[in-house]
Design a protein around this ligand. Structure first.
Ligand code: HEC
Length: 125
């Protein structure tokens, strides 16, 4: 790293995978229980979450595969602004700093992670 990394992910760590396979991972691993994915039609969930966190919308227009991978591998390193604001409004500062998103480190294969972030990244292209 020499600090010249481009924001456009020219030197991205995560290679390009298969977006359609990533969409299946999104559903089979249950991401859609808590997230929307741009305008993608996803199967309905039985227990609708109180707060659906949008992925792939305007908020993430600058996000690269790496940004998504980072957020998935380590949810606490960066907690979504929308979520923070919602929790602070509720007066819950602990939750505002600590993501309730479960860890997927032991659940996703590397190839699944690559396809997943390729899918998420494709939503804002
Ligand atoms: C139990 C609910 C839940 C599940 C399941 C879940 N997430 Fe999350 N996720 C959250 C919440 C709440 C946030 C907002 C707090 C944060 O940023 O960590 C979040 C944040 C994120 C973010 C960062 C968004 C931002 O703007 O910072 C990404 C990317 C993400 N999730 C991807 C995924 C993927 C991919 C899966 C499936 C492998 C998944 N999540 C499964 C609840 C969940």
């Amino acid at each position: 790293m020499n600090g010249q990394e481009s924001a456009e992910g020219a030197r991205a760590v995560v290679p390009t995978g298969k977006a359609d396979a990533g969409q299946s991972v999104f559903v089979t691993k249950g991401c859609h229980q808590c997230h929307s994915a741009g305008a993608t039609k996803l199967p309905p969930v039985e227990l609708a979450p109180r707060l659906v966190i949008e992925l792939g919308g305007d908020v993430h227009s600058k996000w690269t595969r790496d940004d998504y991978a980072r957020a998935i591998m380590d949810p606490n390193h960066l907690v979504s602004e929308d979520y923070k604001i919602a929790m602070i409004r509720l007066g819950d500062h602990f939750k505002a700093e600590n993501s309730p998103m479960p860890t997927f480190a032991d659940v996703l294969r590397v190839s699944e992670l690559i396809d997943l972030v390729t899918f998420l990244d494709s939503l804002t292209d």
